[in-house]
Design a protein around this ligand. Structure first.
Ligand code: FAD
Length: 291
């Protein structure tokens, strides 16, 4: 199948993009890397008369360190994240998650903002954003606002963004100190969306106790999930006294709506998810410990 006809718009500023969205209303849709939207149009799962391309707006592209925060422009590609030396040191979870996103052709076009705005529950970057308490910058005709990641993901492919609002940047905290980071997931083939996965960031204090941690889950709900109960259970505890298998079990114990499909039952996904958390926890702790 082919997409139905649409007019293509290439604004050069966010203000121009907003004006186009306001002018064309429900018949317009933001286009970023097109790696999710174009297949949906081609299969006629979605039809829009106007596509507003954000890819030619320079101020939406780039990775910038601002003190303890790294600001990533929404139209920055997955490939740029993957190869960023700054991010490798400041937000390692992003750099380690990026190679697991599809294939390199997809990563050359797909964008950080697109992945987060698309809100696929099995996607990597939304889970990282949730686990690290990312702050999402948006702009609409009503002005700019900042949405915490925990309030952004409302359901499968559903977010707190209004139809006339665009995501402009994502701010990730740069963790310092004795930190470790790991991403683990199971996919049937390299490049497929994960059946289930986990992202873990952990910081140890001088006495090897867990000072803080973030555990994000993907493929295990209608949104990316955060394992807050498991995080609370380990925070303040000496790393050597924590059973990684128990962290995995606790992380999936509170999940409410684990999906079931031809790739696996809910019970299977839950077991895979627990195993992924256990593995990621072990690797993150080892890295934090060894430096
Ligand atoms: C074969 C294949 C395998 C894939 N595997 C994975 C995978 O394993 N993991 C993974 O995470 N992803 C995967 N993807 C999806 C890929 O990461 C996409 O790049 C991503 O989901 C969407 O980013 P995009 O920039 O291409 O956005 P687009 O496809 O252009 O847009 C996606 C949606 O987000 C909206 N949008 C985009 N940018 C903005 C913005 N700045 N503000 C507001 N709304 C916006 C669009 O309107 C649209 O609704 C895969 C894709 C393919 C084709």
């Amino acid at each position: 199948m082919k997409a139905s006809r649409f007019a293509y718009h290439a604004p050069s500023t966010p203000a121009e993009a907003l004006a186009l969205l306001a002018e064309h209303g429900d018949s317009a849709k933001v286009l970023a890397g097109g790696q999710s939207l174009i297949p949906m149009l081609a299969m006629r799962l979605a039809v829009f008369d106007h596509l507003v391309d954000l890819g030619r707006i320079p101020e939406l592209v780039g990775i910038e360190r601002r003190g303890d925060t790294v600001r990533i422009g929404a139209a920055t590609t997955h490939a740029a994240v993957e190869s960023s030396a700054d991010l490798a040191g400041s937000v390692p979870l992003l750099v380690r998650a990026a190679p697991l996103i599809g294939h390199f052709q997809i990563r050359n076009r797909g964008t950080v903002g697109g992945a987060i705005a698309h809100a696929d529950p099995a996607a990597e970057f939304p889970a990282v954003a949730l686990a690290l308490d990312a702050q999402l910058e948006t702009v609409s005709p009503r002005g700019a606002r900042t949405i915490p990641a925990e309030k952004f993901f409302l359901g499968t492919w559903s977010t707190a963004l209004a139809d006339d609002e665009i995501l402009t940047a994502v701010n990730f905290p740069a963790w310092r100190g004795r930190t470790g980071h790991a991403v683990e997931e199971l996919a049937r083939r390299h490049g497929d969306f994960a059946i289930a996965g986990a992202v873990v960031a952990v910081e140890l204090d001088g006495a090897d106790r867990v000072r803080r941690c973030g555990i994000g889950l993907l493929g295990l709900g209608s949104t990316p999930e955060r394992a807050t109960a498991a995080e609370a259970a380990v925070t303040g505890t000496a790393a050597g006294e924590i059973d990684p298998v128990e962290v995995g079990r606790a992380a999936v114990s509170t999940l409410q709506s684990v999906p079931a499909d031809l790739h696996g039952s809910a019970d299977y996904r839950r077991r895979v998810g627990a195993a992924m958390v256990t593995r990621a926890w072990q690797r993150a702790i080892r890295e934090a410990h060894d430096g």
